[in-house]
Design a protein around this ligand. Sequence first.
Ligand code: SAH
Ligand code: SF4
Ligand code: F3S
Length: 479
Amino acid sequence: MLKHTKIKPSYIEAKKRTNNKVKVLTDLYIMNNELKNIGINKKYVVITYGCQANERDSETISAILEDMSFVKTDNLEDADLILLNTCAIRENAHNKVFGMLGRIKHLKETKPNIITCLCGCMAQEEAVVNEIEEKFKWMDVVFGTHNIHNLPKLISDAINDNELIIEVFSKEGDVVENLPVKRENKYKAYVNIMYGCDKFCTYCIVPYTRGKQRSRKLEDIKCEIQKLIDNGYKEVTLLGQNVNAYGKDLENGVTFDKLLEEVAKMKIERIRFVTSHPWDFTDQMINIIKTYSNVMPYVHLPVQSGSDKILKLMGRRYTKESYLKLAKKIKDTIPNVSLTTDIIVGFPNETEEDFNETLDVVEKCKYDSAFTFIYSKRENTPASKMEDKVPLEVKQERLQKLNELVNKYALINNEKLVGTILPVLIEGESQKGNNLYAGYTDTMKLVNVKCNKEDIGKIINVKIIEAKTWSLNGEKVDE
Ligand code: SAH
Ligand code: SF4
Ligand code: F3S
């Protein structure tokens, strides 16, 4: 019987950063005839939690499974292979996954041959893997964010071996090229420009789950985008935890503004990027967004807090004043730009005064929208060791107050758009039904549009007729 060595994650290894050169690996993915046949007559479900990086990973995982002849199903009960691509950013993401594992356990009891896999950022956590080993022994494969290319072999081993297979590397990571991809959307695509993060904000688990910051080569990024253009894609979103650090680990001097300009010169109609850090957001970046009409006037600029004391404790490397100055510069330079943000309330020992500073930033920036979170303690991060005396109820009240203010400005900003004509990339039928179609403006606002089925996949002009807090309603107008 085959015995697979268990490779478990290590917090100590995950923290390390060395000057070792990042390798670009082009031949890690192996698909042979034996692996190709594993999924014949079998169906798979991939459930994704977390951010765009995870969604993009799931597109690679789906393609790998399809290379193995598995066919996609949306129905958990029908599946022969269930894979959870998990997120570790906050406690509730973590709890959702353990809830789902409970459900899958019942399925496995009635259908013992289903292959159950867990990957993503939770797989990188020592405590999670220990818990799975203790309480979820019936699972088949746990693999990490650096192990995706090896999925076919892991599944094959799991079938041959009745034990739980664990392969989670805790390492700085390489850049792995030439993995397949099965895109969810036909018109807009995520393109990784870099992996990992070296910022080590004190509350955040990502630098430990994703490894060190490493940029893809410009040629590889352009090549992926060219293929998308050739296949009729209209929009690309350049992905990185911290896109303004792009290229700092390369030796060719290509920085994010240069990459953005190179991509803008390609024949792609819409370019977005997430996430940009307020620290190191250069004037060159602002100028490129302003200059090129295919770089969308949309900037997601996470502030996290308005209090200098808290920002310092978070390790964010900017002040309220420098953030506000940057936000103003972006708004003054890029016409009609939409500005969005992420905010954490209830960081350890946040006082009412600190919180009011955050509200003041929202008042001044008048964000188009914001993702707001209650601070969640993540094991092994520096913030997890900080004493915290603020009760949860106080944090919940603050979140509610913050959301009311965020929503107020979201609606005010949307109301200003009523009567204007905006370009919308129609993606498909609207969830609202009624023969409405849905898409996003250049400024990333969701619009439910009265138009035709033939408009799907096109950028059309839409007259905005009604504004809501989270969306707009409109109708197609002729050119
Ligand atoms: N790289 C991005 C953020 C990725 S995580 C950036 O730096 O902007 C997305 C958001 O989750 C963060 O912006 C932050 O607001 C939130 N977040 C991260 N860790 C958190 C934690 N421990 N508790 C609550 N929210 C958190
Ligand atoms: Fe986390 Fe900070 Fe890195 Fe963003 S920049 S992923 S918040 S450590
Ligand atoms: Fe979650 Fe990992 Fe993304 S922790 S937010 S899936 S990088």
